[in-house]
Design a protein around this ligand. Structure first.
Ligand SMILES: NC(=O)c1ccc[n+]([C@@H]2O[C@H](COP(=O)([O-])OP(=O)(O)OC[C@H]3O[C@@H](n4cnc5c(N)ncnc54)[C@H](OP(=O)(O)O)[C@@H]3O)[C@@H](O)[C@H]2O)c1
Length: 260
């Protein structure tokens, strides 16, 4: 039986990934905080596919949470060959003005728990003939973003970690892919309190289902990185050639002017 773990599966991109992996015949372990949403999704997936989906409600800002996921897998003989580290969110504002404990929690979700869960699950992944890790970064991984300084830095971490780990595992059965979406029509903007950016984001938004499909294609084709959407892809490629100071000014014009 093919089995997969998806973090941040209760809504948005994670939910889309869950539906699409279930359709490919994967049993799923769905992880996030919203217990009711997760349970409903697990029931819906189990009812509409020939696979079982189970939910594990926990807070990934808790440093022990990845251990809990690993132990759940051991206890329930859930031998995942796919690990998707999707859970993540942004804190929007000036670094100096936002409480540091809130920002530390974001870092733990976006990076710390991703790293810990990957480390815990690698021995399990290595037992399969072919196994896949997909880490969700962002187009913000490719440049600094004033007013989202720590979020962008956390996603740059995810991209760099994914590439380094991929190389280390190049002669093994485990492939690592980093998926970097641009704006998506999810709960992300509301969660970050970025409603003032909604109008701008709408112009570039991609449906989570399309991003999920592109991501899974890249993952199963063992690609190192995926940046879905032509505009997103070109923006990232331009960011490689434009001076950092100019990119930061452009980002500041976009985000800082909307920050109250
Ligand atoms: N939407 C965008 O514009 C965009 C762009 C680039 C990258 N991304 C990245 O894409 C990924 C998915 O985001 P999304 O757009 O689908 O946003 P979303 O709809 O807000 O979903 C975020 C997911 O992460 C989970 N999560 C958040 N905090 C958590 C915590 N402390 N513990 C456990 N789970 C937690 C949420 O579940 P609970 O709330 O139930 O815990 C939810 O399932 C994130 O890594 C995000 O950074 C998003």
């Amino acid at each position: 039986m093919k089995q997969a773990i998806i973090t941040g599966a209760s809504k948005g991109l994670g939910k889309a990934l869950a539906h699409q992996l279930a359709a490919k015949g994967y049993e799923l372990l769905l992880v996030a905080r919203s217990e009711k949403m997760l349970t409903a999704l697990a029931e819906e997936i189990t009812a509409t596919n020939q696979v079982k989906a189970v939910s594990l409600a926990l807070d990934l800002s808790d440093a022990q949470s990845s251990r809990t996921i690993f132990e759940w897998c051991q206890k329930n003989q859930f031998a995942a060959s796919v690990l998707i580290n999707n859970a993540g969110y942004a804190c929007w504002g000036f670094f100096e003005s936002m409480p540091i404990d809130q920002q530390e929690k974001m870092l733990q979700v976006n990076t710390g728990s991703l790293v810990n869960l990957t480390h815990a699950m690698l021995p399990v992944l290595k037992k399969h003939p072919a196994a896949y890790i997909m880490n969700i970064a962002s187009t913000a991984a490719y440049q600094a973003v004033p007013t989202m300084a720590l979020y962008a830095a956390s996603k740059a971490f995810v991209k760099s970690f994914s590439r380094g780990l991929r190389y280390e595992l190049r002669n093994t059965n485990v492939s690592v892919t980093c998926l970097s979406p641009g704006p998506m029509a999810t709960n992300f903007i509301q969660q970050a309190g970025m409603e003032a950016m909604q109008e701008t984001a709408k112009k570039f938004e991609m449906p989570a289902e399309v991003v999920a499909k592109k991501g899974l294609q890249a993952m199963f084709n063992k690609k190192s990185e995926s940046i879905p959407g032509v505009v997103n892809y070109l923006t990232v490629k331009f960011s490689n050639i434009l001076p950092d100071a100019l990119l930061e000014k452009i980002a500041a014009n976009l985000y800082l002017t909307k920050l109250k």
